[in-house]
Design a binder for this molecule. Structure first.
Ligand code: UDX
Length: 449
């Protein structure tokens, strides 16, 4: 089928590449000329495993094109996806200016029946606003063209985005038009080969489904972080508690890992936006507010440990930091817990020597050159001259380090682990104190020693 996608960010680019891979003719539109030029040369602006080969291959064979020209792109399409950003505005609500801007642009050029698909995560009711924006542009030029607006939220995870897109666990279609539903079913038929993963519903339910999914996942994490904080105080080990509860299939093992808080482009923004939506319709969503508040505090948990260890004074200390990205297999620094930790350390007068397998450039882009940040080429290089080690992203490469080497390099023998990567006894046997999240007994042991 002929597909146009507005927005070449994570969602737009991955969706475009995967739809092209399935044999569709896809045109991706972006207003950023230099980004479009880079994409044409096969340069991918984000680090996402498996994306580059399918973008290059499909671009080379003409199935995937990149342009800044909205008019030709609209004329090309039977189905148009809107996959532009919805950043939070000042009060945490999703800002729809990009989505509605694209809707207007579609309305200016539309000349035959087209299905317009909201792929961006947008508040309930946005499809209606997109419909109005397109319709008013059409009537401004006296054009009578039929179109439908449907919601088809994306559930991809960074780092697994291509896999999630090619093998989705569900395809949610929110539509009030059988014609539009039929076209999307046809588009997604190759993704549904062994069994039908399509869930068709009304538009508003589809819009809310996306927020509900992310809010539920964020809730699981904040819940576990809250239990971890209790575990710490009562002398229990959250890692044992996690295994104890995860074995109940109603709870499950997924997404119950305690840590230094969730980050990324979705959870923080979507939990806040849903809370604002609820408030806007007169419902005080207390649970969502608490999920957000627990996460906010959790991001400074490691700083609190570090500060406590150094008797409240880290001025002049150097902290080695392993991990910068908000999670492994990405270079994304949006809302990363590392940022809050580094900013708190800097504020308190410490220097950070950081290593991340992918996020070095992104970190430099965010913070620029500063005397209290040294970006290192390897995990062990980050330890040179450091007082202590903190870990904030669970990259595989950090999972089984040489503890003796860490012990020898650090001025103070201590690891602050924001992702519970190690067994406290193993670290302590190597002569290092160990602070994990919610692992009370270990903290008490090191405190007593
Ligand atoms: C998320 C959703 O998983 C995805 O379905 C949605 O489409 C977009 O938002 P993503 O932001 O890529 O995807 O990251 P994800 O893997 O879900 O992790 C989010 C954050 O939660 C990370 O900071 C991670 O470290 C943290 N996390 C995750 C935990 O702290 N504990 C867990 O058990 C799981």
């Amino acid at each position: 089928m002929k597909v146009t996608i507005f927005g070449t960010g994570y969602v737009g680019l991955v969706t475009g590449a995967c739809l092209a891979e399935m044999g569709n003719h896809v045109v991706c539109v972006d207003i950023d000329e230099s980004k479009v030029e880079r994409l044409k040369r096969g340069e991918i602006p984000i680090f996402e495993p498996g994306l580059e080969p399918i973008v290059r291959r499909n671009h080379a064979n003409g199935q995937l094109e990149f342009t800044t020209e909205a008019s030709a792109a609209v004329a090309h399409a039977q189905i148009i996806f809107i996959a532009v950003g919805t950043p939070p505005d000042e009060d945490g609500s999703a800002d729809l200016k990009y989505v509605l801007g694209v809707a207007q642009s579609i309305g200016r050029h539309l000349d035959r029946y087209t299905v317009i698909v909201n792929k961006s995560t947008v508040p309930v009711g946005t499809a209606d606003r997109v419909h109005k924006a397109v319709a008013s542009e059409l009537s401004a030029r006296g054009a009578q063209v039929e179109f439908d607006v449907v919601s088809n939220p994306e559930f991809l995870k960074e780092g697994d985005a291509v896999e999630d897109c090619l093998r989705p666990d569900r395809l949610v279609i929110g539509s009030s038009s059988e014609r539009a539903t039929g076209m999307l079913r046809k588009l997604y038929a190759p993704f549904n080969r062994n069994h039908d993963r399509t869930v068709v519903m009304d538009v508003r339910s589809a819009e809310l489904t996306k927020y509900a999914a992310n809010a539920m996942l964020a809730t699981k994490i904040s819940f576990m972080n809250e239990i971890a904080n209790i575990a710490e105080l009562v002398g229990a080990d959250i890692e044992l508690v996690r295994q104890g509860i995860g074995s109940d299939p109603r709870i499950g093992y997924h997404f119950i890992y305690p840590g230094a808080g969730y980050g990324g482009s979705c959870f923080p923004k979507d939990v806040q936006a849903l809370e604002r939506t609820a408030r806007g319709v007169g419902y005080p969503a207390r649970l969502l507010g608490a999920v957000e508040a627990v996460n906010h505090d959790q991001k400074t948990k490691l700083f609190d440990f570090i500060s406590h260890y150094f008797n409240g004074d880290v001025r002049g200390r150097t902290i080695a930091l392993w991990g910068l990205a908000f999670k492994p297999n990405t270079d994304d620094m949006r809302e990363a817990s590392s940022r809050r930790l580094m900013e708190a350390l800097w504020e308190a007068g410490a220097t950070v020597r950081a290593y991340d397998p992918q996020a070095r450039h992104e970190t430099h882009r965010v913070y620029g050159d500063r005397n209290d940040l040294v970006l290192c080429d390897s995990a062990y290089q980050a330890l040179d001259g450091a007082d202590a080690l903190a870990i904030i992203t669970e990259w595989k490469a950090f999972r089984s380090p040489d503890f003796a080497r860490i012990r020898a390099a650090l001025k103070e023998p201590v690891i602050f682990d924001g992702r519970n990567l190690y067994e406290p006894a193993v670290v302590e046997e190597a002569g290092l104190a160990y602070y994990g999240i919610g692992r009370g007994r270990s903290v008490l042991r090191t405190d007593q020693s």
